[in-house]
Design a protein around this ligand. Structure first.
Ligand SMILES: *Cc1c(COP(=O)(O)O)cnc(C)c1O
Length: 471
């Protein structure tokens, strides 16, 4: 399997070459040259597989430069009941007739990013050992991504993590999750500033090519293809749990921010998994909902990006969206460049409303969308607790609200649960007047010793810190 860039670069690469990379050299995103097709006989064989074996089968179609036995061992080591809480790994729960929640949030940090990041940690360790190389991961987080990365990379040989976060701006629970890690290869850096300052620092350090090369700086952001690929697996696992046979369509609703999660659903659908509809759920930051309603993709400025009670969906632009648009315009890199380089670069938006391709988003690719507000989230959390005795987090509430607007009789609707309520306790308390239950392993974590350094919002200070801690 070879990978190409959405922007048309001539190079073709294999999986392990792009594993440790971010963007393609021309600024595009990597995609497989073709989507492997899965027929009904294969689906029948896969239906009864344990999650780790299903992951191996799907990953094998995209990874041909890791020996099968090694890849199988990596999957088996990653997807265990010990790490994810149940044998099913992603158990499905029926809320009411035809409406399901797929639990993706029972990994180490209680959010769905663990599903991909835990695999990435093991793939990185494997590939770095094979090359005899080291990698220093530099990131910026306002919560979920940073903790998922740290829990995936802790104790891994060949990897260090330098994670910046805005000092004092994460929830006490999120801070405790990250700062209580005592592993020598994990470095928490609290920046005096806001999340944008952290992102600017990461950009500045990455743009210093000499520093980047000397200190082998890498990232684990959501455009990484391996992360997206790992997420394809739970669409198959959800499908098998929601159906008794492989001729039945299923729809999914996905609380969305950077479009990574739902893009994995798109890949599963392109492989032939019988997905009828993919519902993109957004909060007040509705750049994606606007596109699927109108055909206009209009990125927001920082000042127009709302701070909401589903903060992991607070985005100004959706970094994985380019992958889907590439398929939408018939994989034409010239057209893609016109939209993402020329139009977006000049005007901050592009308009496909008059292009025949836009209709295909719904008709051929099955996309729908929805949007919710803080009041909708509170109402959905209350309603779900009252009628089904089930607590959901505000991101999952965004999903459930959009899902209810897109139900088709006879087609199961699976809503992806992207975080547990304890991670966003303040909003759950606002809705219900009570604290969500906390899993045993997180009891009292706020009182644990914290391992964090404070630095000013200055790229040079962060560079000095990295250089000091790299030998
Ligand atoms: C990251 C995240 C999302 C958004 O996922 P994308 O892949 O960026 O679309 C939704 N909910 C939670 C809880 C998250 O952590």
């Amino acid at each position: 399997m070879n990978y190409l860039s959405t922007r048309g670069h001539a190079d073709r690469k294999r999986f392990c070459e792009i594993l440790l990379e971010g963007l393609a050299p021309d600024g595009g995103l990597y995609l497989p040259e073709t989507y492997p097709q899965v027929d009904t006989a294969t689906l029948a064989k896969w239906r009864t597989l344990p999650y780790a074996e299903l992951a191996f089968e799907i990953l094998s179609l995209y990874i041909d430069d890791i020996p099968a036995a090694d890849l199988k061992a990596i999957c088996a080591k990653t997807y265990t009941a010990e790490v994810f809480g149940t044998d099913e790994i992603v158990p499905l729960r029926e809320l009411e007739d035809g409406v399901y929640l797929e639990a993706l949030s029972n990994g180490p940090t209680l959010a769905f990013k663990d599903m991909a990041m835990q695999l990435l940690g093991n793939l990185f360790e494997y590939e770095l050992a094979r090359r005899g190389a080291e990698l220093n991961i530099l990131g910026a987080t306002s919560g979920d991504t940073g903790s998922a990365a740290e829990y995936a990379m802790r104790g891994k040989k060949g990897v260090r993590v330098f994670m910046t976060s805005p000092d004092g701006r994460m929830s006490p629970f999120q801070q405790a999750q990250m700062f209580s890690l005592q592993d020598a290869n994990i470095h928490n850096i609290a920046i005096t500033g806001v999340f944008d300052d952290c992102q600017d620092i990461v950009k500045a350090v990455s743009n210093d090519l000499a520093f980047k090369r000397k200190y082998r700086i890498g990232t684990v952001n959501s455009i990484n293809w391996a992360r997206l690929l790992a997420q394809v697996v739970y669409y198959f696992a959800g499908y098998f749990q929601a159906t008794a046979s492989n001729d039945k369509p299923v729809s999914f609703t996905v609380p969305s921010g950077n479009f990574g999660n739902v893009c994995a659903g798109h890949v599963a659908r392109m492989m032939g998994l019988p997905i009828q509809t993919l519902v993109v759920a957004t909060n007040e930051n509705d750049v994606l909902d606007e596109f699927f309603r109108t055909g206009v993709y209009r990125v927001r400025a920082a000042v127009d990006t709302h701070e909401t009670s589903s903060p992991s969906m607070d985005i100004s632009k959706a970094s994985n969206f380019e992958r889907f648009v590439f398929d939408l315009v018939g994989r034409d890199p010239a057209r893609l460049r016109q939209l993402f380089v020329d139009d977006l670069g000049l005007t901050g938006s592009f308009d496909l409303s008059a292009d025949p391709a836009f209709k295909q988003a719904a008709e051929r690719f099955g996309f729908r969308s929805g949007r919710s507000t803080h009041a909708d989230r509170l109402a959905m959390i209350r309603d779900t607790e009252k009628r089904f005795a089930t607590l959901i987090d505000p991101h999952t509430a965004d999903g459930l609200k959009a899902a209810r607007e897109q139900l088709t009789p006879g087609v199961p609707m699976v809503v992806l649960e992207t975080a547990l309520p304890i991670k966003f306790a303040a909003t759950v308390v606002e809705a219900l007047g009570e604290e969500p239950a906390r899993p045993k392993k997180f009891e009292g974590i706020e009182a644990l010793p914290k391992r964090v350094v404070q630095l000013p919002a200055d790229a040079e200070a962060v560079k000095a810190y990295i250089a000091q801690h790299c030998d």
